[in-house]
Write a protein that binds this ligand. Structure first.
Ligand code: LLP
Length: 431
């Protein structure tokens, strides 16, 4: 199986986190997001342990909550001792409502409005990751008006190609995020930040991409960032105290994807950072990463019920389910691969189907060319694996379908963390 939290018994019944998937579908209805709580906690602990081993107390992993944001996940992050990366007041509000400590919230975004900046200052978020000069001025002004000094990291672009798909490449010089080192704009940005009395410049942030598999992306990034840190020290006399390298470790969606040994990668990365800092004669900064996908992706599974099966002889066969691009737009957006499993039968001697959704457009494909048992029929349950990241958080009400609930799975029980959206919910803002 793709991950060790997915198993089958001798009768072909599929289990996720040791729970019978078809029974969960019966109990909670479909479409249904399942989240393996132990796996989320295990992934957090993997980062926390690796950070402690490599950096002692001088590092903190932040969960990038754009990957999946709902109250219970912030409670888990708080219990595990993680920080969180947020990109909107919506995420900040959700975190605070869940009791997540404001001082461990990092606030991202390239388009923060003045009102949002004010609201985040009022909520006392720990750090702003400032994207540009306009934001810098606004944060400075807002902080001074409140008699505060706001901690910030400045977002810069190192000019790295992470070799991932276009929509999630954020390292190149000309991306919309942050300011590039290469053009001198990052240095000017830093200089300006140091002149702001309402700002405490704690350090630098960069993020080069997502679903990254290249071995040396972080090392290449470190080379450029450390060189820039040394330049800041020389030219501005300022020590970069914190370095945040963003998120990005790829996860396996298919059996053929190679696994990444994240603790081993972190060890290599930390050795490299320490060595480069020694060579440039700068102090080792407090170290931050912002993993999103690698914390939650393999903790998720989506379960559907087959609505219809259609055969177009000589062309293809379709399995249509009661969800689709509304709960998982990732194939439509990025051609993302997924592993698809029947919930109660193995696929020996299976046939090829396109697994499609119920939205009113031909592009509503969850996954083309999947292998399912030839006798798959309406009422059967179908599971799509590794849907814990960027599925619920990117879900929409397209065609006015409500979004699915999220059910958490622990060894002892299953429980609802987000209830199903009703048609009344979907209609509730209309006047
Ligand atoms: N930090 C920053 C500044 C980011 O922009 C991102 C992701 C992360 C951290 C987390 O990266 P991760 O560890 O999850 O790779 N919707 C796309 C992914 C967009 C990622 C955007 N930024 C998808 O479904 O693949």
């Amino acid at each position: 199986m793709l991950t060790d939290n997915i198993t089958r018994d001798g009768n072909g019944n599929l289990f996720f986190a040791n729970h019978n998937v078809a029974e969960l579908a019966q109990q909670y209805g479909t479409p249904l997001y399942l989240m393996d709580e132990e796996r989320i906690r295990g992934n957090c602990r993997m980062y926390l342990r690796a950070f402690a081993e490599c950096f002692g107390t001088q590092a903190l992993p932040l969960y990038a909550s754009k990957a999946n944001s709902f109250k219970q996940i912030y409670r888990i992050m708080k219990e595990e001792g993680m920080g969180v990366d947020t990109v909107s007041l919506g995420e900040i509000h959700t975190a605070l409502e869940a009791g997540f400590p404001a001082d461990r919230i990092f606030y991202h975004g390239d388009g923060k409005t003045e009102a949002e900046i004010a609201a985040a200052l009022d909520r006392r978020v720990g750090y702003f990751i400032v994207d540009n000069e306009t934001e810098l001025r606004r944060v400075d002004c807002g902080a001074r008006n409140r008699g505060m000094v706001q901690k910030v990291l400045l977002r810069v672009t190192p000019g790295i190609d992470p070799h991932t798909y276009e929509a999630v490449n954020t390292g190149s010089v000309d991306v919309k995020f942050g300011l590039p080192i290469e053009t001198g704009q990052a240095m000017a940005f830093y200089r300006q930040a140091l002149s702001c009395p309402g700002i405490e410049v704690r350090g630098l942030h960069c993020h080069v991409g997502s679903q990254v598999f290249d071995e040396d992306v972080f090392e290449r990034t470190i080379d450029i960032m450390v060189q820039f840190m040394a330049q800041v020290k020389r030219e501005l006399g300022h020590e970069v105290k914190e370095l945040n390298l963003g998120g990005g470790y790829g996860v396996r969606y298919l059996d053929t994807d190679k696994p990444i040994d994240i603790p081993a990668r972190i060890r290599v990365l930390s050795d490299h950072l320490k060595q480069r800092c020694r060579e440039e004669e700068i102090a080792l900064p407090f170290f931050l990463l912002e993993p999103g996908r690698s914390i939650v992706a393999d903790a998720g599974m989506t379960v559907y019920t087959v609505s219809s099966v259609k055969n177009i002889p000589g062309y293809k066969k379709y399995v249509t389910v009661d969800g689709g691009m509304g709960d998982n737009p990732r194939y439509c957006l990025y051609k993302s691969p997924y592993t698809v499993l029947h919930a109660s039968k193995k696929c020996e001697g299976g046939e090829q189907f396109d697994l499609v959704g119920r939205c009113c457009e031909s592009g509503d494909i969850i996954q083309p060319r999947v292998c399912l048992p030839g006798d798959t029929c309406p009422g059967d349950r179908i599971a799509v694996c590794t849907t814990g990241a960027y599925n619920y958080s990117m879900a929409s009400n397209y065609n006015r379908f409500g979004r699915p609930p999220i059910v958490m799975l622990t060894p002892e029980k299953s429980y609802l963390a987000v209830r199903r959206e009703t048609i009344e919910d979907v209609c509730s803002h209309d006047i």
